[in-house]
Design a protein around this ligand. Structure first.
Ligand code: ZN
Ligand code: ZN
Ligand code: ZN
Length: 284
């Protein structure tokens, strides 16, 4: 529980430092606040997102391309068609970076999934919004610079971008909390316990060793839980989520018939355990 609270505090630290930097960036003589804010925000990125901090470079790249493309389109391209076309090309590059972030996150999610996937619908919408608001931000900035309109729109869109970035990094970071994240998806409060109940063999009470298996028919990864005392793998009943050792015919909890193999969520195939390629994973 303590660890989880700390994570939220660090996240607030990142958002706070980024907002301070945004404020400093508005005034020429406050450049040291702008720079200091960026440095502190980066330090918080490393602390808050120890597994996915490198994603922030992808986001920075996407943002920079949106800025360059936006300036070329909205400001310089007004009189020059060639610059306008160049700006559109840069925007396509930014779109590609967004696609790379999306693809990497899906892969990361899949490699930490078991019977339950973290849904990424809302996260994908947030990613699209980040792309769109980055462009909107350039538009409001160029309006401010060229037509001396109000700066508030620019400050507002940048503030939204900072909040979005916090969320966009937070979600993939939670994948490395597995299996802590699983009870959270189910809306249970078990996430607050030091050793998650979900991570314990329902036969002998021993903590599982986490491994990762690859589907023999489609190659998708899924989580395998090995009980070192029962010396057997354990899988969730897809009806009631209770763990059952391999070989059991009916769920110990709800008596639903269990499949005679391992179910792949990606392709739907149920294949015998022996056919899965299994590797050990070190949990962080
Ligand atoms: Zn056991
Ligand atoms: Zn069951
Ligand atoms: Zn499969």
């Amino acid at each position: 529980m303590e660890k989880l609270d700390q994570r939220y505090l660090y996240l607030m630290g990142f958002i706070g430092a980024a907002l301070v930097s945004l404020y400093g960036g508005l005034y020429e003589d406050l450049w040291y606040i702008w720079l200091g804010g960026i440095i502190v925000a980066l330090i918080f990125v490393f602390i808050t997102f120890p597994h996915v901090w490198m994603y922030s470079f992808w986001f920075a790249g996407m943002y920079a391309l949106c800025i360059f493309g936006g300036i070329m389109i909205f400001a310089l391209g007004r009189e020059n068609t060639l610059i306008l076309i160049g700006g559109i090309a840069v925007e396509i590059g930014a779109y590609y970076v967004m696609y790379v972030i999306w693809w990497k996150t899906i892969k990361l999610r899949d490699s930490s999934a078991d019977e339950y996937y973290t849904p990424l619908g809302l996260w994908s919408i947030a990613l699209m919004s980040f792309f769109l608001i980055s462009n909107l931000s350039v538009l409001t900035w160029s309006q401010w610079a060229i037509e001396s309109r109000t700066i508030m729109r620019y400050v507002f869109s940048e503030g939204v971008l900072i909040l979005l970035l916090g969320y966009l990094l937070w979600v993939p970071e939670t994948f490395s909390w597995e299996p802590l994240i699983v009870p959270m998806i189910q809306g249970e409060e078990k996430i607050m316990t030091a050793v998650p109940v979900e991570d314990i063999c329902s036969v002998c009470g021993t903590e599982f060793k986490m491994e990762r298996g690859f589907c023999p028919s489609c190659g998708s990864p899924r989580v395998f839980r090995w009980c070192p005392v029962c010396e057997q793998y354990s899988f969730r009943c897809e009806n009631c989520k209770e763990f059952n050792l391999v070989g059991e015919k009916k769920c110990r909890s709800c008596k639903t018939a269990l499949p005679e193999g391992v179910h792949c969520r990606s392709c739907g195939e149920i294949t015998h355990l022996d056919k899965w390629k299994i590797e050990k994973v070190t949990r962080s």
